[in-house]
Design a protein around this ligand. Structure first.
Ligand code: SAM
Length: 213
């Protein structure tokens, strides 16, 4: 089932205008495909969750990995960022970032148990790859056994449903989130304080800030 009812207070017309800006945004000369709401929410989350490892799935040109590492550095967290994509970007803007070639649907290839079990904790995961519901589901299922209580996995771009294009993504991230949570009652909490910080789901990560209980 594809979620159809709008989830965000933003409203379609304004949403599409902000999206235009977000898709053109850059940071330190690199495209950074995020909107002002989530940049602000992520800053708060980093400060709160204090991850020592941040795994990002979907690097694009590396702008978000560099931004996460810079923000964590300002907070003195000593966070290492591992950013995974089918293609590895060239940037070396922050030495705390390591780019790895890998497929979101086969994360065990790039993150085998020997690597996962050695990651400094807390761990934070950001899934921002293809947004096909099957890919999002694969990322959720891969990290589920590894996440510890209090750690976060952020599923980006559930907003595609409000943008009325989720059908192009087989239901998109929201479908994957809903099916994943329904199969694991009580194991995760949607952090409503983050999702609804600027208004109900005034975030691209609609119902997507998930905290392991
Ligand atoms: C939306 S962009 C990432 C944007 C970036 N995180 C940012 O905020 O600037 C999506 C990225 O996911 C990658 N991608 C798509 N399918 C993937 C897959 N199956 N495994 C890994 N990466 C994938 C694409 O190559 C693309 O670079």
């Amino acid at each position: 089932m594809t979620p159809q009812t709008p989830r965000s207070d933003i409203g379609y017309e304004l949403l599409m205008k902000i999206q235009e800006g977000a898709m053109a945004y850059s940071y330190r000369g690199l495209p950074l495909l995020k909107n002002p709401f989530d940049l602000a929410i992520y800053s708060m989350l980093l400060e709160r969750a204090r991850p020592r490892t941040l795994v990002e799935v979907g690097s694009y040109m590396g702008g978000s990995a560099v931004w996460f590492a810079d923000q964590a550095g300002l907070l003195g967290l000593g966070t290492k960022v591992l950013s995974i994509d089918l293609e590895v970007p060239a940037t070396e803007a922050n030495a705390s970032v390591r780019f790895l070639r890998g497929d979101a649907r086969e994360l065990w290839e790039v993150l085998p148990p020997s690597v996962m079990s050695a990651l400094p904790r807390p761990l934070m995961v950001v899934e921002d790859s293809s947004h096909l519901s099957g890919t999002t589901a694969a990322v959720l299922e891969f990290f589920d056994p590894w996440l510890r209580p209090g750690e976060y996995i952020v599923i980006e771009d559930g907003i595609l449903s409000d943008m009325r294009v989720a059908d192009l993504y087989d239901g998109g991230p929201l479908r994957a989130i809903e099916e994943f949570l329904a199969q694991r009652p009580g194991r995760y909490e949607v952090d409503r304080g983050l999702c609804d910080y600027f208004g109900r789901n005034v975030t691209w990560n609609v119902d997507g800030y998930l905290r392991r209980m």
